[in-house]
Ligand binder design. Structure first.
Ligand SMILES: NC(=O)c1ccc[n+]([C@@H]2O[C@H](COP(=O)([O-])OP(=O)(O)OC[C@H]3O[C@@H](n4cnc5c(N)ncnc54)[C@H](OP(=O)(O)O)[C@@H]3O)[C@@H](O)[C@H]2O)c1
Length: 255
């Protein structure tokens, strides 16, 4: 890992979705930049591994973001450990792979629960601490809002809803900064780990036939994490921002 260029010395950051992928990487990067980081998600052993790797003070707290009591417990643990909370990062997310005609009600409920309801429950739990610190909340949205893909409709709809949720939090609480971070395709995460192989084969065929296959536009995890740390360290309020592949090749840019 190269040294981060940004200074987050002493910042108290709670990262949800920190057991893998983008959330884990942000937590480690923020820790390397001097932040005191609470790593949170459901898988405690993964969180403990991240804490062991973090160069600075860090804490692991198990939390299912869809459960209000868990969210409250995670915030309390972070505040108790570090004396307050400056930033909440909602990097929790999941994405069922399903064409709309085959998507089950359970898949719909799950994706909306994790990607939208959890984001709101977590924000509500952290609100008092963020107001006290004049802090900020960051949410990982997706480029799929702008570029829908067949098979990822449930995910896309959940991220459109997340974007709406962020606007509503801004409206109800102008005293807290709510930042939407749109992220493009990122490699090295657990995003596709649970995809059914049969559905994947059928979906890949459609993507290739329609020239939608996103592989050419994948960003390294480290690029996304470093960009996010810079956004966290920005001296001003960043309301909406997008992290996309750096390319001069228009053909490789997501449409
Ligand atoms: N990868 C991409 O190309 C990409 C692009 C744009 C945006 N994003 C977004 O980036 C975020 C992170 O995704 P990723 O790609 O890094 O995938 P990932 O590696 O699968 O990370 C997802 C994280 O969410 C956590 N999580 C899932 N359900 C949870 C729940 N109920 N409560 C608490 N935590 C939960 C997982 O931990 P546990 O299983 O331990 O709970 C894991 O830490 C997501 O919001 C995703 O939509 C990803």
């Amino acid at each position: 890992m190269t040294a981060p260029t940004q200074d987050l010395e002493g910042r108290r950051i709670l990262v949800l979705g920190a057991s893998s992928g983008i959330g884990r990487s942000i937590g480690l990067r923020a820790s390397a930049a001097g932040a005191r980081v609470t790593f949170s998600a459901r898988r405690l052993p993964e969180l403990e591994r991240a804490v062991a790797e973090a160069p600075g003070p860090a804490l692991a707290v198990a939390c299912d973001a869809t459960q209000a009591e868990d969210c409250a417990r995670a915030v309390d643990a972070a505040v108790d450990a570090f004396g307050g909370l400056d930033d909440l990062v909602y990097a929790t997310g999941m994405s069922p792979l399903a064409m709309l005609e085959e998507a089950s009600a359970e898949e719909w409920h799950r994706v909306l629960d994790v990607n939208v309801v959890g984001a709101s429950l977590m924000t509500a739990a952290a609100l008092a601490a963020l107001r006290e610190s004049e802090g900020s909340a960051f949410y990982i949205s997706s480029y799929s809002v702008r570029q829908p893909l067949p098979g990822l409709a449930l995910y896309r709809v959940s991220k459109v809803a997340l974007d709406g949720l962020i606007e509503c939090w801004r409206m109800e609480h102008p005293d807290v900064d709510f930042t939407r971070v749109v992220v493009g395709n990122t490699q090295g995460t657990g995003f596709a780990d649970d995809w059914d192989p049969d559905r994947l084969n059928r979906t890949l065929k459609i993507w290739v036939e329609r020239n939608l296959f996103p592989a050419a536009t994948m960003m390294p995890l480290a690029t996304v994490a470093e960009s996010l740390v810079r956004i966290l360290a920005a001296p001003g309020y960043v309301d909406d921002v997008a992290i996309m592949p750096r390319t001069r090749d228009a053909a490789a840019r997501p449409r």
